[in-house]
Design a protein around this ligand. Sequence first.
Ligand SMILES: [Zn+2]
Length: 723
Amino acid sequence: MFKAWLRFSGLILVFVCSVQVYAQRPRCATGSVMEQFFQMRPAERIEFEKRQQSFQRRFEIARRLKQEGVQQRVQSIITIPVVVHIVMDNPNLVTDEQVQSQLDALNADYAGENLDAVNVPAAFASVFGKSQIRFCLAQRTPGGTATNGIIRKTSLTTSTPGSNDPIKRNVTGGADGWDVSKYLNIWVCKMTDNNDLGYTFMPGLSGISESDIGLVTAYHAFGTMGTATAPFNKGRTATHEIGHFFNLWHIWGDNQCVASCSDSDFVDDTPNQSTCTYGTPSFPTTDICTNNAPGIMFMNFMDYVNDGAMYMFTQGQVERMELALATLDDRKSLLTSNGCEPPVLYNNDARLNSVSPNNSIIYCSGSVQPSVSITNLGTQPLTSIRLNVSVDGAAPVTSQVNLSLPTLQTVTITAPALNVSPGHHTLKVFTSLPNGVADQQTNNDTLTTLFSALAHLDASVMEGFETNFNGWGVDNNSDIVSYNPTKVTNAAYNGSASIKYNSFNYTLYGRESRLVSPRVNIPADADSVKITFWRAAAQLNSVHSDTLDVLYSVDCGQSFVSVYKRSGIALNTNNIITSSEYIPASDHWIADTIDITQQIAGLHPDVIVTFRMINGYGNNIYLDDVNIYSVRLPNALKEKGLTISPNPTSGIINIRHYPTTSGLQGITVYSSTGQLVFKEQYNGGFQAPNFTQVNLWNQASGIYIVRLVYADRVVTRKILKMN
Ligand SMILES: [Zn+2]
């Protein structure tokens, strides 16, 4: 049912799910994962609604033009490349034939050629929809090699619906999706909650990680044979979820099965329907919103009935999906994907797979030695290749490499080392002349990466990030550049710039990002080594928080030791909890000091300090004025173990011990007339501080007696105060 657009308000878009007691389990978790996503990103809900409203305006115009005979939607058959990731303890349970049965069901359902469409009641026949959307199993990988579009992975990992589903990530035992701009990823697996059948995310979520795009289907609700189990064994879980993927709402509107006649699926040829429908209803079925025959359209793919009881999209739904595919930024690239075309094989075709360093740091060397991975895609054995390496756009340095690489085999090659200065650099690598002849496919020969080379400096190092902080490094765990710590000029403790960790706009939980200091030489006679910095941070909400971890390395970045870790309230600098993007005011900054003297005692090393941010769906964190420095104590203090200075003094007396105040029980200061002007007692195992300051500003000029009482001795000094 299509209702006044005014009702498309934020209220309607809340997928109420937590308070509802379901008569039966919902067959899809799409509503609840969307709501969960918005609760973590309130600003994203507003943006999503804006995009939906803009889409709806286009949709209504297209519907009207169509009624006037002007076609706006997809005109010819569009085939979407699908890659199926079967991640299970026994992935072979889901056979290739079962995967094909799912593809067959999708193609029949989307073409309106499903055999059970004969059951569509005559009253709905006039709105029965046949789309131009079809599906193929991918014929080529993102890298251009041949595939059958089916990936199997043996793993105990199960799917937990949400924006950080482990099933979609190699690192959590799942399987990384393929390039979402070219493929529709489907994960087939066991669900953590065995009652779940599947879910997806609708289009228009700019804050979503690409890793989360695609759909998940329970292995017992996938395809029409094998592990597919009645009543969910006609492949309709995928049919339904792909409907959401192409921007369809549930037919009753999207408050989750809460009875209401005022919400909408924003399609004008579906009857108004109060709530979701389960099982196998008999026709006609009416409800409080549509109380006359033919009643509600429970047989629609976007309801919750059993697979055997759903068999149609409407024309409005089809047009809506095709418009989404044709126009939405996060779907339309599928139109031009070549994933359904088998790769063309050439005689001589080398592919560059990856280059290292990639978004990483060269800690101690003054040179970069790229490591490159190459696959022979040619039909001929690859016997030689030319590597061309260029730093910062300079003329490439070439080297000839002899190989013996059979077709489709991969090898890692190390290029000659190139000198680099400290700073941020661009590395471009390309291959040429496989087997001494022109490469027949040149679009897979070149890769460009970023890396930083650390400077080597003497302490102290003070960095305010006002310029481009050359000599520092950024490392975001080798992929997503948008989470790199970056210089910003809209916040600063000092000057006009600081470093920002963009946690607000970054959703991948647990992702790390590092800002790394130059190598700082600590002099052999340093008595203490300290790190100070200023930070400003707010919390997104009371649940989600990022973590700032400060670490040091004394072995050229091979290992790091944590000396500071804060998150939540302890990281927050002004008790601010805001769902808006955080930009600190000038009084939000707090200084931290970390003393690493004990940790590096005796090593006299080069120290590298890392500011590591661990993303937890929090808000932005800012750093400024980082100082890494060493302190040398006066020789007199080190030789005698005690200094009381200055003498004479104009008011302040500094009492310093070295290396400890062991046995010190008290400090007293008397005037020459015997009047007590300062007293400090240290009892009960409490060790006195190494540094004590006595203030005589308000005392008269003259001689003062400083008396230090230790367990085994008493030290007395005369100090002259002069005005
Ligand atoms: Zn659904």
